[in-house]
Design a protein around this ligand. Structure first.
Ligand SMILES: [Zn+2]
Length: 174
């Protein structure tokens, strides 16, 4: 989980400003996103860039609680590696979709659409922020070699995360 400086320039070096992880054994609401936001705002002013100039990068598409936290924190850009659907289908974690559908979606509309819909269940582009899979950044890369390299690294990262998740679930650790 990182909150990094952003820029509209073509080439920019991103530096981690705040990095955090899930602490749900301490409390079920201490998700990595919430912890990262708290860590970011605890930084003294000189070390803390404007939140307007930061990118928020998350391993998983944030849950409904964390999406709201990001809006409250005035984060403008959110990228993630696993969509809600990936989190459910590849990692076997259904809570994100389950909570959004139960709390926020009209039951009749949800049943009409079918629970297996692949689309996002919230507005990824909204007045507070824009959220997108980090792979969408690769489409903007003109250099095909660089683009392929980035895609390969993302695939390796996802495989490592899937492996780690599988190990955690097998050993019962969370
Ligand atoms: Zn969350």
């Amino acid at each position: 989980m990182t909150l990094e400086p952003n820029s509209s320039q073509q080439a920019v070096r991103l530096l981690p400003v705040a990095v955090s992880s899930n602490k749900d054994l301490e409390s079920p609401v201490l998700h990595a996103e919430v912890n990262c936001i708290n860590q970011f705002f605890k930084l003294p002013e000189p070390a803390r860039p404007s939140v307007d100039d930061a990118l928020f990068i998350s391993t998983h598409e944030p849950c409904s609680m964390c999406l709201s936290a990001l809006a409250w924190a005035n984060v403008k850009t959110v990228y993630f590696t696993f969509t809600h659907q990936d989190t459910r289908d590849k990692l076997g974690m259904n809570e994100d979709i389950d909570i959004i559908e139960e709390l926020f979606l009209d039951r009749g509309d949800r049943e009409a659409a079918g629970s297996e819909t692949d689309g996002p269940r919230y507005n990824r582009r909204n007045k507070f922020f824009t959220a997108a899979p980090i792979s969408s950044l690769f489409d903007a890369v003109a250099d095909e070699t660089l683009k392929d390299g980035l895609k390969d690294r993302m695939n390796q990262l996802q495989k490592a995360m899937l492996s780690a998740s599988s190990t955690l679930q097998t050993t019962g650790k969370d």
